[in-house]
Design a protein around this ligand. Structure first.
Ligand SMILES: [Zn+2]
Length: 477
């Protein structure tokens, strides 16, 4: 080895050592390196919210409100970014049960099955491990509280439709917080809105176990501590665009309450699952305006966790992800008419198209409700004049609504919403490739203690495995 080469080698090694030392000292906002074991864990899940749903919401925020987005500007830029596979154990495109089993328990599950691995074994869920460690746990969703995604984090059930079995397991596990819709499965048979098959008044049973019960936004705001069961609708909660802002809490409102209730007087930490199911439902209905309004509210909820992280930077882990993408949504280019494919005859989506989306005041579900099961041509024209000003409904789509003919071959079709969804898409150069789920990988953005584990391309079951491994490192109570 000659002298020059040796000097070069020593300089290079010194530089490498310097980089390694510097990277191990990367500081959190408070100036101290975060610990690897989080005390406060937020798992945010945009059901059906793929990269496209995130990106169109980011663009909408930028062009319509001149605002940024917490997920992209804060969590992704200050934290780590990864991609998760989404396929189920038995199918290439997953349902929410299989995906939530993977991310909530760390093993591949099959469609419709909750908290049971594809090989039949029963794993502990993330929430069960958190409970064992003495942490408080919470489930928050704008779906029914017994819906597949929250249920896979806190139960082990062969069919996602076994609602009473799921709720019995909740009762046994006793999460500190349950906030969402789905009062129908708590009400005894025969009571208005109740859909249980027995006479059990499950709200009363939860109260007898020490839960405080709340059913609207004001009651939720007033509660300061203790275990809470909050049921704000009979089934799914409202789309953000239709929500009664005075009485019904949003995902943001429920997240605010969750942080207050799980944090106050708690030295052992918490793990909370917070879901926007409406992003998925809006995707099934091909309702682009609802996707954006609900994703915006979801992002605001992530903003609350980000503020919490700023106050507890060494002890907090924020995870933002999805179970799958719904709808195969995107913006594209189209031809103005079928006379030519030349550039002059092409049209592409622009920021102006977001203004047209902004002008839509109701969800497509509400539009479908207004039209009813047998709409006339005149009723459809009136609906267009009142709620979809500036949009044109092609005669063939109008015909599909009147004849009750589905547009999509997916199992989630509903003729009115399908046709109206297609109408909006055609008018703004967007497209939906399905009204079902797709097999796109989903992003996982992570910030705080342990965030680096979620970097890179991974299987969705690895997400659950890594989260459980982080929790298992905690000292038991
Ligand atoms: Zn779905």
């Amino acid at each position: 080895m000659n002298k020059r080469f040796r000097r070069l080698l020593i300089t290079t090694l010194a530089a490498v050592a310097l980089v390694l030392v510097a990277s191990s000292l990367i500081k959190s906002p408070a100036g101290q390196a975060p610990s690897a074991t989080p005390k406060y864990i937020f798992i945010f899940l945009a059901d059906g919210g793929g990269t496209t749903q995130m990106e169109i919401t980011r663009q909408y925020n930028r062009h319509i409100h001149n605002e940024g987005m917490v997920i992209t500007d804060k969590i992704m830029k200050q934290g780590t970014l990864g991609l998760l596979t989404t396929h189920a154990g038995d199918f290439l495109s997953t349902d929410s049960a299989a995906a939530a089993t993977a991310i909530g328990s760390g093993c591949k599950g099959n469609d419709s099955v909750l908290g049971i691995c594809a090989d039949g074994s029963i794993p502990k869920t993330v929430m069960e491990v958190a409970k064992e460690k003495g942490m408080r746990v919470g489930l928050v969703t704008n779906a029914a509280i017994y819906d597949a995604s929250p249920a896979a984090f806190a139960s082990h059930v062969k069919s996602r439709r076994n609602y009473s079995e799921i709720l019995d397991q909740y009762l046994k596990m006793a999460p500190d917080l349950l906030l969402g819709g789905g009062r129908d499965q708590f009400l005894p048979k025969g009571q208005a809105g109740g859909r249980r098959k027995d006479e059990v008044d499950l709200i009363r049973v939860f109260v007898s176990k020490g839960y405080q019960y709340v059913s609207d936004k004001n009651e939720l705001e007033r509660i300061k501590q203790g275990k809470v069961l909050g049921l704000f609708s009979l089934q799914d909660m409202s789309f953000e665009i239709d929500r009664d802002k005075k009485t019904e809490p949003s995902v943001y409102d429920m997240t605010e309450a969750a942080i207050r209730l799980l944090y106050n007087g708690n030295s052992r930490g918490f793990a909370v699952f917070i879901e926007s199911e409406n992003v998925d439902t809006a995707g099934h209905l091909n309702d682009v305006a609802s996707v954006i309004h609900d994703y915006r509210e979801f992002d605001r909820a992530v903003g609350l966790a980000y503020e919490f992280y700023r106050n507890h930077p060494q002890e907090t882990l924020i995870l933002v992800t999805a179970d799958h993408e719904t709808g195969g949504l995107g913006f594209t280019q189209g031809l103005i008419n079928f006379t030519s494919t030349a550039a002059a005859n092409r049209v592409a989506a622009t920021a102006e198209d977001y203004k047209r989306i902004q002008s839509i005041p109701i969800s497509l579900r509400k539009a479908s409700k207004i039209l009813g099961p047998n709409p006339t041509g005149e009723a459809i024209d009136n609906l267009m004049k009142e709620y979809f000003k500036g949009f044109t409904l092609a005669p063939e789509l109008k015909e599909l609504i009147i004849k009750r003919h589905p547009v999509s071959r997916s199992i989630f079709y509903e003729p009115t919403t399908n046709a109206l969804g297609m109408m909006i898409a055609h008018n703004i150069q967007a497209y939906w490739s399905t009204s079902g789920h797709t097999n796109q990988p989903v992003f996982v953005a992570a910030l705080g203690a342990g965030a680096e584990k979620f970097r890179g391309y991974q299987d969705n079951a690895d997400f659950g495995k890594k989260l459980k491994a982080l929790l298992e490192r905690k000292k038991s109570q």
